[in-house]
Design a protein around this ligand. Structure first.
Ligand SMILES: Cc1cc2nc3c(=O)[nH]c(=O)nc-3n(C[C@H](O)[C@H](O)[C@H](O)COP(=O)(O)OP(=O)(O)OC[C@H]3O[C@@H](n4cnc5c(N)ncnc54)[C@H](O)[C@@H]3O)c2cc1C
Length: 412
């Protein structure tokens, strides 16, 4: 029997739901890998014709590494990622503020290392866990519509094609088309811009080879760097105030190396060495959005930046996208057609409180990290030193996701 728009009607609960994922970024590919591991069919629609990740490095903490290991990605991550020994925080003039040991202590406490990796290498690793036949490239979602009678969701794409699904997952990033259907809200400009890029470690003093995540805090801005690509490249991110209207947001927008040098060239040691070695850089305006009160309908939900875009000041955006994907896969695995609405609501209640707290924490850090030198900065430094132990990271790093359903495959 067919409905008015020609799609096939089914008796509720009789078939496995047709799952459509929009976006093959970090969240979409993790979800695909987890669904593949549990034998749950799906399709992904990705707007780009070729999967090539832009951007520089990304930090992965144990809360995201543990599920990736369960998906069997240990060897793929080992190939290019760097195991970080410690996180060091200093003032812009080099004064030590705090040091969090990672390395073996992190692995002992949280059963996973703290890794840094080039985005392209993470993408490659995630892709290896998916069913490549389920990936449709060059398909940009334009609209989607939930049929009130059948519950089918109709998807239309920019290339003029369309399809139908029982459940649609928007993993389509900060400018999510799927989120727009659920709720109209605009990204919020933080007043900050960020320079990002990579420098070969050979162009820098030997200290650049140390397996550290380093942060230097100064008035109005901060500078972060860590090694990626098996230690051959140093990934840096430099946050500065942006006056005037924000430039168009794009991770591939070119920045001016001279402006980067003007902002950070007088900072201490390695910071000055890095900015003087930079030949090309990217720069964009930093946006987030306020936490949502709901991000699902009976058939549609969101993961990652589409659900909870956050400023990068807790280094958790990708980690939270991975956590979302694992919990959602756990909710969808084995779910009958008739149980989808309940499972989406279960997923949302598992994820919403945690991600909202991290969104708010990341926003709050924008003020804390950029204090001018003075009494408030000294109080902040003292607080950071007191709370630098790994035990203080347990609420973030010990959190478990998707464990109940995604089986343990070749954990390393
Ligand atoms: C400067 C900076 C530093 C960061 N550092 C870290 C860090 O150290 N650690 C960390 O955890 N996170 C970090 N993040 C955040 C992290 O990069 C993001 O949170 C993460 O990429 C979100 O993953 P996602 O899958 O939700 O979205 P994305 O990775 O953005 O993927 C979205 C995908 O959807 C596709 N798409 C979009 N629209 C459509 C459409 N209409 N139809 C079809 N496909 C579509 C896109 O092409 C893309 O492939 C950082 C972010 C920034 C800006």
């Amino acid at each position: 029997m067919r409905t008015a728009d020609g799609t096939k009607r089914r008796a509720p609960g009789t078939e496995r739901p047709r799952i459509a994922v929009i976006g093959a970024g970090i969240g979409g590919l993790t979800l695909a890998g987890a669904l593949t591991a549990t034998g749950t069919p799906y399709v992904i629609h990705e707007q780009t014709r070729e999967l090539a990740e832009v951007g520089a490095g990304v930090q992965l903490s144990p809360n995201a590494i543990r599920p990736l290991l369960r998906l069997g990605l240990g060897p793929a991550l080992e190939e290019h990622a760097v195991r970080i020994e410690a996180m060091e925080v200093r003032g812009w003039n080099g004064r030590p503020i705090a040091r969090t040991p990672l390395g073996h202590e992190c692995e002992r406490m949280f059963s996973a290392p703290y890794l840094t990796i080039h985005r392209a290498h993470l993408h490659e690793a995630l892709l290896s866990s998916t069913d490549r036949d389920s990936l449709n490239l060059g398909r940009r979602l334009r609209t989607l519509e939930e049929h009130p009678g059948t519950g089918d969701v109709r998807l239309t794409f920019d290339d003029g094609t369309s399809s139908t699904a029982d459940v649609v997952i928007g993993a389509d990033g900060i400018h999510s088309t799927v989120r727009e259907v659920l709720r109209r809200d605009d990204p919020v400009f933080s007043g900050l811009g960020i320079y990002r890029g990579l420098v070969p470690v050979d162009a820098l003093p030997p200290t650049a080879r140390e397996r550290l995540v380093r942060l230097w805090l100064g008035p109005g801005g901060h500078f972060v760097c860590y090694p990626v690509a098996s230690g051959k490249l140093l990934s840096y991110a430099a946050t500065v105030p942006l006056d005037g209207p924000p430039p168009p947001e794009s991770w591939s927008r070119e920045g001016d190396p001279e402006a980067l040098r003007a902002a950070f060239g007088t900072w201490t040691g390695l910071v000055a060495d890095i900015v003087h070695a930079v030949e090309t850089t990217h720069q964009w305006a930093l946006h987030d959005r306020a936490p949502l009160k709901a991000w699902s309908t009976r058939r549609i939900t969101l993961v990652g930046d589409a659900a909870h875009p956050m400023l990068p000041f807790m280094a958790q955006g990708a980690n939270q996208a991975i956590e979302d994907a694992m919990d959602l896969a756990a909710c969808l695995t084995g779910a009958s057609h008739g149980a989808i609405a309940d499972q989406l609501s279960r997923y949302e209640s598992l994820r919403m409180p945690r991600t909202a707290e991290i969104q708010r924490g990341s926003r709050g850090n924008a003020g804390v990290l950029h204090l001018p030198d003075g009494p408030a900065q000294r109080r902040r430094d003292a607080q950071m030193a007191v709370h630098a132990s790994l035990r203080d990271r347990a609420p973030l790093y010990a959190h478990e996701t998707g464990r109940s359903v995604v089986p343990l495959v070749g954990a390393a």
